[in-house]
Design a binder for this molecule. Structure first.
Ligand code: HPA
Length: 272
């Protein structure tokens, strides 16, 4: 089947299961699944049922699409995402972004767990992503361009939408959350970084580091979806932390920030 036929099939399948197409979709990062519990009148679609969706294997990622309401606003929520380190191509990990575009989604809120590089970031902090750094050679847009969705060489100068950033900041302020802002560096994983890599990333302008989100943001920028990125700083990045990094620490810290994170997300969704 042609690639775009599969994208359309996925979008058609999702549409057939939901009451109304939401303006906003949310992707929940590792350990940040609590937010899904706030959704009312839920309908869950396991990824296995959706044509073209890979199956998430990452721990802490449930693997279903949840449709529901926050107040009057309906939203689609990816509980579980796909990662490059799982062995998928960047095109596969961001397949859902194109399905959402075809479905009629306008705003994509991408969240993740990250290691903090900047000195003043502490585990448990939330950070609005203002920009990213990605050096690795695969790209979700590599290969034949899907010209019906966007141009061959797409602009990345405002991949993170300024209006959505301003909205997120004002909601955080209203809720008394001291939200940080910074640049997210994509690393392919699955190993955590070395202390030398983290020093290098810091010198290059990164504030936080993680193994997800960027392929999806590139795909969203290509097809003109507005993106808001929110990171939960789950640990001090390698070398800054005196401890060895573990996945348990990452999930545990993200879980601890779950309430603050969920309230922020609900506030943002009701305002956009
Ligand atoms: N590095 C990469 N990915 C991560 C980290 C980290 O320190 N913390 C959570 N995800």
């Amino acid at each position: 089947m042609e690639y775009m036929d599969l994208v359309r099939k996925a979008a058609g399948y999702i549409t057939s299961k939901i009451e109304k197409v939401p303006d906003t979709a949310v992707v929940l990062g590792s350990g940040l699944g609590l937010f899904a519990g706030l959704l009312q009148d839920k309908c869950e679609i396991p990824y296995q049922e959706i044509p073209g969706f890979p199956v998430s294997t990452a721990p802490g990622h449930a693997g279903k699409l949840i449709y529901g309401k926050i107040g009057e606003k309906c939203v689609l929520c990816m509980s579980g995402r796909f990662h490059f380190y799982e062995g998928y191509s960047m095109k596969d990990v961001s397949f859902y972004v194109r399905a959402f575009k075809v479905l009629g989604i306008k705003n994509l809120i991408i969240t993740n767990a990250t290691g903090g590089i900047t000195g003043c970031f502490n585990p448990g902090d939330l950070m609005i992503i203002t920009d990213h750094i990605k050096f690795f050679d695969d790209s979700p847009l590599r290969g034949e361009n899907v010209s019906e969705l966007g141009p061959r060489f797409n602009d990345m100068s405002e991949a993170y939408n300024k209006e959505l950033i301003a909205k997120a900041k004002s909601v955080a302020e209203k809720q008394g959350i001291d939200i940080k802002e910074g640049v997210y560096a994509f690393m392919p994983g699955p190993s955590y970084e070395t202390p030398a890599e983290i020093r290098a990333l810091g010198i290059l302008g990164a504030d936080a580091v993680g193994m997800s989100s960027v392929p999806e943001v590139i795909t969203a920028a290509h097809c003109g979806l507005k993106v808001l990125g929110i990171s939960c700083i789950t640990n001090y990045a390698a070398g800054i932390s005196k401890n060895k990094l573990t996945e348990e620490e990452v999930i545990e810290t993200a879980n601890k920030s779950g309430e603050k994170f969920s309230a922020l997300m609900a506030g943002i969704i009701t305002e956009i």
